[in-house]
Design a protein around this ligand. Structure first.
Ligand SMILES: *Cc1c(COP(=O)(O)O)cnc(C)c1O
Length: 435
């Protein structure tokens, strides 16, 4: 049971009370509410409980399998209102995209079904631009010689390449600047680079300059690279296209994302969105997600990096103060350089003194009551996204917590570090989620 749920319920109830009060004041009946059989369930049933789906406090970070962030209240309210009316989806796509482009000082914006979908949309738009074909033709590119221009150069193969292959792209992986220069030919339509790539062998300035010589657009995967908030506008000044995940730092709906950049390409991407039957037909963004994405951009622009960092640091200080007197425990705060650039608490300890490994502690917290997920980098033996290995440490984040949850996490950390077996269960055979 997290505070988030009770807070959500209070908000929704408050909202319905307001609606009821307004209707009573206007002395008109509310036929829509009375007639809608789903009204009651939408307001009251906790479907996580009903389905037996376990909830937990997310002290891990914006991990996909951990359902990333909970939306801020203003975003939740905008989504709830959006769910009560019909709109023409293409009009909402266009106006929502234009609004975000304006707010983020980008030439163009396409609201996508997440950053992974934005990568597909970028590839599809660039293939379309290079071959001068219609959006409707994109799915037919796959495996046909009819549209020969389909090569995308990437520096590092990564988990999202399939999103480009999906629209008929041929991926050309390069490792050196020489290979990169040689990889361009008349079929090259785009280059793709991951901002947080661990092995960066080709300097970004060279990457951009060589592509520019060939007139090939460059896409940057910056899915998890906010904060700093300014990345939302500075990156698109340098790159032709940039994608962000909507559900990570921006805290919008998890199935929304942004493709920002040159209007020529974002217009092509927008023209491919459902109901158009093409590569994006299965990447529909519902009205609730479209509005949620717009509201989340408004929300993040109402924040400051300093404010967000202070909030995290204050919460991590609460947790740290609750564990640092435990024998062998040492705490420090780190901030990864590019992706997930927010304060994270490293709780180092001697497993022999504590009587459990970091891996065991993580499993016990996840199965304890309340259940708490901490960062999967806990107990790691390899560096990841610029963070050193943490073989003897827990990694804890506070960015996504609701007020008061810092203390709950601190209490559980204290309990489990003082007496590991008193919290949750541990089965070494059970594989822990990568996040
Ligand atoms: C999370 C992530 C994605 C995918 O983002 P979604 O919004 O979940 O589709 C893509 N690339 C990188 C580098 C990411 O971290």
């Amino acid at each position: 049971m997290s505070n988030s749920q009770s807070e959500t319920k209070i908000t929704r109830r408050g909202f319905l009370r307001t609606q009821a009060a307004l209707a009573a004041a206007a002395a008109v009946p509310m036929p829509a509410l009375a007639a809608a059989p789903h009204t009651k369930s939408a307001a009251g049933v906790d479907y996580y409980d009903k389905l037996g789906v376990q909830t937990f406090i997310n002290a891990a970070g914006t991990y996909t399998n951990l359902s990333s962030a909970c939306m801020p209240e203003s975003v939740q309210e905008a989504v709830a209102l959006a769910a009560k009316k019909w709109v023409r989806i293409q009009e909402l796509q266009q106006k929502g995209g234009a609004y975000i482009a304006n707010r983020l000082k980008a030439e163009g914006c396409c609201i996508t079904a997440g950053a992974a979908s934005a990568i597909t949309m970028a590839a599809a738009a660039c293939i379309q631009a290079a071959n001068n074909c219609r959006p409707i033709d994109i799915p037919r590119l796959i495996g046909t010689p009819q549209y020969p221009k389909n090569e995308i150069i990437t520096q590092t193969p990564y988990g999202y390449d399939e999103g480009m292959v999906l629209c008929g792209a041929k991926i050309v992986v390069v490792n050196t600047l020489e290979e990169y220069k040689r990889a361009f030919n008349e079929n090259t339509v785009m280059t793709n680079h991951e901002n947080a790539a661990e092995v960066v062998k080709i300097p970004v300035e060279d990457w951009l300059a060589v592509a520019k010589e060939h007139g090939v657009p460059c896409h940057l995967d910056a899915a998890a690279d906010m904060p700093p908030i300014s990345n939302l506008w500075t990156l698109a000044e340098k790159w032709d296209l940039v994608c962000f995940s909507g559900g990570k730092g921006i805290r919008g709906p998890q199935s929304a994302g942004l493709l920002l950049g040159k209007k020529k390409y974002t217009d092509l991407a927008n023209a491919m969105l459902p109901p158009v039957e093409g590569v994006a037909r299965g990447m529909k963004v519902a009205k609730e997600q479209l509005v949620g994405m717009v509201a989340a951009v408004d929300w993040i622009l109402s924040q400051t990096d300093e404010g967000l960092f202070k909030e995290s640091n204050d919460r991590l200080a609460v947790m740290s103060s609750m564990v640092k007197d435990i024998p062998s425990v040492k705490t420090r705060v780190i901030v990864p350089a590019v992706a997930n650039h927010y304060p994270q608490l490293v709780v180092e300890f001697d497993p022999k003194v504590i009587g459990a490994t970091p891996r065991e502690i993580r499993a016990r917290l996840a199965t304890g009551s309340p259940a708490i997920e901490i960062n999967p980098h806990t107990g790691s033996t390899r560096a990841s996204q610029g963070v050193d290995p943490m073989p003897n440490a827990l990694v804890v984040t506070a960015m996504l917590l609701f007020p008061g949850q810092d203390k709950i996490v601190g209490e559980q950390l204290r309990k489990v570090l003082k007496n590991p077996k008193s919290v949750g269960t541990y089965d070494p055979a059970v594989k822990l989620s990568r996040g």
